[in-house]
Design a protein around this ligand. Structure first.
Ligand code: XMP
Length: 305
């Protein structure tokens, strides 16, 4: 990207020309990519664009309210409460790729309902360059890439940021005056907390993961990680008060990266790690221990599933 201002101008015109007088739809995840694509497309075509935010129940703490507030200037914003439907669909599923598949399918159903309702002919997506590269390989099936168009008969797909890296997307976001909570926020995977919970998704694990991720994001902000996260990885024995408990093990991870394709585990000072440990074990009676993940990518991936 040569210059942010001209990039935005060029894309605005491109989107307006391509969509013309038709209606378009975009899935808003709360992440920087889809938020930036939505803001860009909204500038181009206004309320002809329906941004759809599906509350899957797998989101970060406070995320739905932040979205509601940040995008309240878009009259066409739709917030779909689908938490129960996602949890039901995920019941009993333990295989990571199956989880992604089920989430992807459910997402499509929710999205389709709105797309039909507003008679959307165009699909706008926040796909960026590394998404395309990873999807072409066999690394993981990223559910936000490639799935939607096969199910809905769109006239066209608009991917204004398909050639950008994440740091360039952030530049665009800043230029569009997206709030810092969006433009500077760490990337968050489409399947949400589901890939930060090993094995079956249950309400209790979700509660633990949501609070632990909140603690980690807060405590590690000063390290400016590419991503800092917490995952519920299993169960182990601990003592709480006078009782032995068989409680959750939470793994904390903080990595530096440029594009997510490779990453380095960050060195975090002991006091900060202890504070994180104490806040996470204190937040839920069934958390028995907290560990710190020192593995780079490769050989590990950033997420746990
Ligand atoms: P991994 O875990 O493969 O992650 O090292 C690389 C980057 O991609 C994000 N990620 C996902 N994003 N759907 C997404 O939209 C997914 O299924 C998915 N899995 C991983 C991850 O957060 C990291 O930024």
């Amino acid at each position: 990207m040569v210059d942010v201002g001209s990039f935005i101008e060029e894309k605005r015109e491109e989107i307006a020309t391509e969509v013309g007088g038709a209606n378009a739809i975009i899935a808003l995840s709360g992440g920087v990519d889809s938020s930036t694509a939505a803001a860009l497309a909204y500038e181009a075509i206004g309320d002809q664009l329906t941004p759809v935010y599906v509350d899957t129940g797998l989101m970060r703490k406070g995320e739905t309210d932040e979205i509601r507030e940040t995008f309240s200037y878009m009259d066409s914003l739709r917030i779909v409460d689908a938490q129960d439907r996602f949890l039901d669909a995920l019941e009993g599923i333990t295989d990571p790729e199956e989880k992604r598949h089920v989430i992807g399918e459910q997402f499509i159903r929710e999205f389709e309902t709105v797309a039909n309702d507003v008679e959307a002919e165009y699909l706008v997506q926040g796909t960026i360059y590394p998404d395309r590269i990873e999807s072409e390989g066999t690394i993981k099936s990223h559910h936000n890439v490639g799935g939607l168009p096969e199910h809905i008969d769109f006239e066209g797909i608009v991917e204004p940021m398909r050639d950008l890296y994440k740091d360039e997307v952030r530049e665009v976001a800043r230029e569009l005056d997206l709030e810092e909570i969006i433009s500077e926020r760490m990337p968050f995977p489409g399947p949400g907390l589901a890939v930060r919970i090993i094995g079956e998704i249950t309400e209790e694990k979700l509660e633990v993961a949501r609070e632990a991720n909140h603690v980690v994001e807060e405590e590690l902000e000063e390290y400016e990680p590419w991503q800092a996260l917490a995952a519920v990885i299993g169960k182990a024995t601990g003592v709480k008060g006078d009782n032995r408990v068989h409680g959750w093990v939470v793994s904390v991870r903080s990595v530096e990266s440029r594009d997510g394709m490779t990453a380095r585990a960050q060195e975090i000072d002991w006091e900060t790690l202890q504070r994180i440990q104490s806040r996470i074990t204190g937040a839920h009676e069934n958390v028995a221990r907290v560990v710190y993940d020192v593995t780079h990518k490769p050989p590990a991936t950033i997420e746990y599933e």
